[in-house]
Design a protein around this ligand. Structure first.
Ligand code: NCD
Length: 321
């Protein structure tokens, strides 16, 4: 088996072969999802718990649909109604979770590293990171990779421009890791105030000039301004920001004529991207990203469940011997 991971905590821990294994299996699920009857049985009998400590519509819905299509029993633990609001610690949460015997645990958390901590505390269960603070969002990078591979016919030697609020973005971080691992050229574009510390050591080109950054790009990935993670004035005004960094047809003209436009959502139309361009099916693959999201999450949970079953099988055999 190529895919050996026990949990999916970040792209950081995946090899190029593991990334390819996810994308290849996801292709099969894209086909399944386009049929009238969309049922697979890869997660039959398994319990999937989605724990979102931060608001999400798209990602949570995508994981829920992915689990249901593969036959898992899916439960959404809403944080607004859970005891987390009453001050329960992450460790206590993990202990109660263990008592419920989930097989797959999907976690989103506002603090970087919180998902790793949970993964250490839960027993006999695969943990998937659905976004932790400004750290990683691995399924987003994988669904972006599948979208790119299908649109461009390959996932190597492409020039990918990632634009906007890089500093606060787990999407940028996971994408940067994945794209570099698959031997692509990555350019980061944004105002210096929205670049992370140490960006000079990331091994990619960095610029605050859109025309320069977009030149000959095959893929243009726009990011949302993460207002909830900003304390203070990172940009003069949204109007000014749109003027310099908002993607419209005129700025896109610097990229290759067949360049595709991406955005992880939710979008601020007229802030980081022009609404008409976002809806232009000849350039924008934003809807494809949503479709690939379900298929990629099905593939990730399927592969993790196989490893979990194999591990349990080996343990049981050990006990018998
Ligand atoms: C991203 C996230 O939550 O990190 N969105 C998503 O997963 N749909 C990006 C964002 O919030 O801007």
């Amino acid at each position: 088996m190529t895919f050996r991971a026990r949990h999916l905590l970040g792209i950081e821990h995946l090899s190029p072969d593991e990334i390819r294994a996810v994308l290849d299996l996801a292709e099969r699920y894209v086909d399944l999802n386009r049929r009238t009857v969309k049922h697979g049985d890869a997660l039959e009998g398994l319990t999937q718990i989605n724990m979102f400590f931060e608001v999400s519509t798209r990602t949570q819905a995508s994981f829920e649909l992915a689990g249901k299509r593969l036959g898992a029993d899916v439960m959404n633990m809403s944080v607004a109604t859970s005891s987390v609001r009453k001050g329960e610690t992450l460790i206590d949460t993990a202990l109660s979770l263990n008592a419920m015997h989930p097989d797959l645990l999907v976690v989103r958390h506002p603090s970087s590293g919180a998902v790793h901590l949970l993964a250490q505390k839960v027993q006999d269960c695969a943990v998937l990171n659905a976004g932790d603070g400004r750290h990683e969002h691995p399924t987003q990078a994988l669904l972006d990779a599948l979208t790119i591979r299908r649109a461009k016919g390959r996932l190597h030697r492409l020039t990918v421009a990632i634009c906007g609020d890089i500093a606060h973005s787990r999407v940028a971080r996971s994408n940067l890791l994945l794209l570099a691992r698959m031997e692509n050229r990555v350019r980061l574009i944004g105002p210096p105030t929205l670049m992370p510390a140490g960006v000079g050591d990331f091994g990619c080109e960095v610029t605050d000039d859109m025309a320069e950054g977009l030149r000959d790009a095959d893929v243009v990935m726009m990011l949302r301004l993460q207002r909830e993670r900003m304390d203070g004035g990172f940009i003069p005004s949204e109007r000014e920001y749109y003027h310099r960094y908002g993607l419209d047809a005129a700025k896109l003209a610097a990229a290759r004529p067949d360049a595709i436009v991406m955005h992880p959502g939710p979008m601020n139309r007229g802030v980081e991207i022009d609404g008409t361009l976002a809806d232009d099916i000849n350039r924008s693959v934003i809807q494809d990203q949503v479709e690939m999201g379900v298929a990629v999450r099905m593939a990730c949970m399927d592969l993790l469940a196989r490893n979990l079953r194999a591990e349990r099988g080996a343990k049981a055999a050990g006990v018998m011997a």
